[in-house]
Design a protein around this ligand. Sequence first.
Ligand code: NAD
Length: 491
Amino acid sequence: MMNNQNQNFLDTERWQGRAFFADWQTTAAGVMDVTDPATGAVIASVGVGGAADIARAATEARAAQKIWAKTLPTERARILSKAADLLEQNGTELIPWIMRESGSIYPKASIEIEHGALFIRHAASLATAPMGMMIPSMDGRANYAKRVPHGIVGVISPFNFPLVLSIRSIAAALAFGNAVVHKPDPRTPISGGIIIARIFEEAGLPKGVLQVVPGGADAGEAMCTDANIAMISFTGSARAGSKVAEIAGKHFKKIQLELGGKNSLIVLDDADLDIAASNSAWGAFLHQGQICMATGLILADEKIAEALTAKLVMKASHLPAGDPSTNQVALGPIISDSQVASIQAIVEDAVAKGAKLLIGGTHDGRFYAATVLSGVKPGMRAFDEEVFGPVACIVTFATEAEAIELTNNSDYGLAAGVISANTGRAVRIADELDVGMVHVNDQTVNGGPFAPFGGPRKSGNGTRIGGPADIEEFTTWKWISVKDVATPYPF
Ligand code: NAD
């Protein structure tokens, strides 16, 4: 499916230095460079948005939304399907952009294209789903409730899986007749914004329905206060999510928060340890650990912990870090120098408090080595916090009850995994875990368009995204009652 349809689909001349309003135009806040985190080289520039640009985008979107909401669902579905086709057909050209801008290895960048297209197709199918119900009448009148779009949805997305995490909100919002003002992370405005604007532009989405304005926290906060924006769909850290909730809540917006995770992979004493080590390495090291669902804790039964740890250290020793655009590597760069410093501080804190650094714990610039820490315990930052770096943290447990408690005591509640030769035993444990998503006989990194994604506590605010959750999140109820004729009241 990834045969390049048009060698210049992204067409830099069209968007360099600009943002996507009703058309590609300059922003009031100016221009910013986009850099490759592996080399520091400037790869392009985009228009950066401030509060005035967000206000402009929301005003333009408001007019466009009224018409989009009245567009036949079949036509909305057709445009979405076309956008999915374009994303897939131009994958060969787009993947290197994702690799360079977000420091991704090829397989991760190609998953973004593949899953991005799946999310759009899923949204296309929702556009034609039944959108309401007849409800009981108290006096014989016709009484029904239908799902209607919110109006304008503000989408704020992170740097780590920029394409998929932007598309999953944008496509679902558009499917139901919402317009979208989208603010990708300023570190990944191309994968998280420009590519998406291009596919919808070419797919024939009416002008103004999707606005893409790259920007930082100030632009995000402007979205949270803008009177034209009815809902904020936010994916990012708990810290920023809390701020978004505070501001958008004050302005009466519907708020969807998809936040961080500190995800446990529980390895039982009967597990195949080669498979468990492979699952642990994938869950902890994929995309340098910069994934909300990354395996943040490997909870190993004390009977097999040593053997599992040895196998994991061996795996880590065979995972080179480097520039994925020029070398065959397993790990690309960390997104920023400050994030490298944050990872290093968490590893040093663990070692100072008694954890053992078995491999890694070093970096060459932004290339952080695959790292394994054993003896990780509550009270260490490596246990309590999301690392967002390639650090496998091994924790031992003596009983199943202890593994469950270690998982459930986390501030986060996004994902978990349980590996065992006894599926029934693993499912019983899975049922006890207070998380939004749990995978039996798999590691924690699992996502896709058909499942309701999300979790409790610092992982979100009770909303979910994807699958059956999308109708609930991206539409609201409208009750309509119809009497054949108006009748008198006592007054
Ligand atoms: P971040 O919170 O720093 O940034 C995310 C987005 O929020 C960016 O677009 C940023 O510009 C914007 N932002 C920051 N401060 C803001 C503010 N005050 N008001 C409005 N917008 C603001 O997160 P990050 O570092 O880009 O991403 C990593 C975090 O995202 C991790 O915690 C990770 O677990 C989480 N994440 C969650 C999911 C999920 O689906 N649950 C997926 C990916 C990443």
